[in-house]
Design a protein around this ligand. Sequence first.
Ligand code: B12
Ligand code: SF4
Ligand code: SF4
Length: 309
Amino acid sequence: MIPRTDIQKQLNDVGITQWGVLTTDALKNEAQRLTAWLEAGHHADMDWMPRHAEKRVSPSDLWEGVQSVVVVAVNYFPGWEAGQGDDLKIARYALGKDYHKVIRRKLGKVLKALQAEHEGLEGRPFVDSAPLLEKALAVQAGLGWQGKHSLLITKEAGSWVMLGALFLNQAVDAYTSPHENTLESGHCGTCTRCITACPTEAIVSPTVVDSRRCIAYWTIENGDDALPDFIQDNQQDWGFGCDICQDVCPWNLKFSNVTEEPAFAPRAVLAHPNRAYFQSLSEAAFAQAFENSPLRRTGLRRIQRNIML
Ligand code: B12
Ligand code: SF4
Ligand code: SF4
């Protein structure tokens, strides 16, 4: 049995302050909602979403030995101006180093330190690296609630957090209680700012995003040669990802604070990005300038497609 305080100490040592821990059956009520989302085709051509869908709501199908799931949220907010150029905008989560690597490395360190103290302890860190419903998991771990834009909102950093999970094969002495979720608890109240601000009407109902209409999907995930007209007409200079639904959220105006995580500091070329810079880049220069960046996986060709006038 691992004392909660041991986990707390190791997370603090790697700079993680927002976390919770839950048992493995916490997501069973989400299965129906996930299925409805997939059946409606809201995943667009992200075929990896329906694949292993059952694992997304069942940690023990993902890793048989799991007994406890530690869920973390890491503030990446770089400031309101960061990533906002005169003719180009880049999603704030992508300005610094790749969050997958940053958070997974932290969770790996935490696991190692806990293993040194607890015999037989095994674990697996996951940051978007396995089929798992991370936002729902974070709600169940008490970290915050899903806003109508579907993203997790925390009282420490608003929605400007990236999520990760550490699976452990041992029980913890005290689990956290779930946070009430949006629609039941009314945290969004009558506010609908994100829904009305979304220029492509991608938030089809509270907490439900249709990727086929979302600028973030088209500019990060989609591999077509050209973006559809309705995206180009409404892109508002977003060249990679989109923060519009987060920019307008009153909770972000209230809770945002600039991250203290050095890995999330914007790289110089993205502090105030411009189209001419990306249009003139060669593949080799891109690979060098964006080593360890979330932009790397999308690639230069798609980013140039995104910013074509
Ligand atoms: C697929 C995906 C996308 C897709 C689809 C987005 C989506 N909303 O699902 C696309 C490419 C569009 C996308 C975009 C972005 N993403 Co993304 N994405 C994911 C990924 C890989 C899976 C999400 C998922 O499972 N969706 C499936 C649907 C079914 O889940 P859901 O949205 O939570 O839906 C729930 C609600 O609809 C609810 N529900 C439905 N009906 C009802 C009714 C009631 C009454 C209630 C209470 C609830 C409810 O139940 C559903 C299931 O729990 C996660 C990482 C992960 N492994 O979890 C990152 C993740 C969600 N993305 C993230 C980010 C940062 C973004 C962007 C902000 C990036 C950007 N700036 O461009 C945008 C935001 C767009 C948006 N508003 O969602 C972060 C979010 C962090 C946070 N604070 O929540 C995550 C968690 C990655 C991470 N590890 O941190 N993403
Ligand atoms: S990320 Fe942009 S396009 Fe997608 S739901 Fe939010 S505002 Fe709409
Ligand atoms: S903008 Fe309003 S409706 Fe949307 S998540 Fe924030 S509080 Fe909720």
